[in-house]
Design a protein around this ligand. Sequence first.
Ligand code: SF4
Ligand code: FES
Length: 375
Amino acid sequence: MSEPILPPIGMLAELTHRCPLQCPYCSNPLELLKANRELDTQTWLDLFSQAADLGVLQVHLSGGEPTLRRDLEQLIAGLSARGVYTNLITAGVGIAEGRIEAFAEAGLDHLQLSFQGARPATTDRIGNHQGSHEKKLETARRARAAGLPLTINAPVHRHNIQEVPEYIDLALSLGAERIEIANVQYAGWALTNRDRLMPDLAAVNRQADIVAAARERLAGIMDIDFVTPDYFAIYPKPCMGGWARDAFMVAPDGIVLPCHAAQTIPSLRFERFGERRLAEIWTDSPAFNAFRGTDWMQEPCRSCERREVDWGGCRCQAMAIAGDAAATDPACVKSPIHKYMAILTDAAQEEAASEGNESFIFRRIGATIRPSTRA
Ligand code: SF4
Ligand code: FES
């Protein structure tokens, strides 16, 4: 290895794949795990304790919908007792009376709430759940009343990109300290629905201008994070901050992964917590070491001055588009197949002209997936 292996800072705990919503861009894998495959309370608590020993400072509790775990209060309390910062990422639908207050009491530090649209009709349609927008508003109010800092997640795609100004107003009205406007990244269910979700370049540019103006106007009032879409980029993003560099995730069944889409790389075998200690998996697992650092890189990444800036981009996107997880991320202008990204966006625009969102493949446990789009 060209550099020593440092301890991880962050962990994403996917507590469950169960969810009341069915967003067509969900980052969960196509094969969703049923409740009987989930880790039990004590195993999660052991895992969190080992994560804290390893150096993890913040844990994002996610899913699926993490509040469907009846033991969530216990899990938060376990992390809090170890001094770990906890962030709950929730769809905010169907959370029983008194529970948000109980999460705060157990030591929850922050709540991140997703809205599928800024308008009620959009939220309800994209999540395929009637009345969800109203329930989310109520969750936001309860979180603020319980004293929890709030971030609004705004996943953006062709069907709601024009709602960005309303999203910003919504977040302000709910007392959020931050809004994360994130263009959908095409992995998991989003890759299956890519042609139905991808916006056009003009809409993306308009949105970037709106965000820039709002950032200036709201400086010191609300932070606006903005994740641009890879398909229109010149350089890729450092996915996960670099493979196995400072964060990892754990699937509901305890499989420890460098990122949420890692299981789409068929040559890698991932290990389960319990069969080995977390520290051993982080340091020794061949899958974690496969793309760590820069030694694995091929040209043009190997000799590129940005190789320790973006770490070669996203391995899963390289797998999905180039068919080789060790290839340069095709989002990079230096990739020999970068032009293919433009072909994919053109294909998406053609589809936009002929199809409505009725054709979404909604995320469902046990859903039948038709073969993926052109990739
Ligand atoms: Fe990043 Fe590789 Fe592109 Fe250089 S060639 S900018 S390291 S993806
Ligand atoms: Fe796996 Fe980017 S999603 S490396």
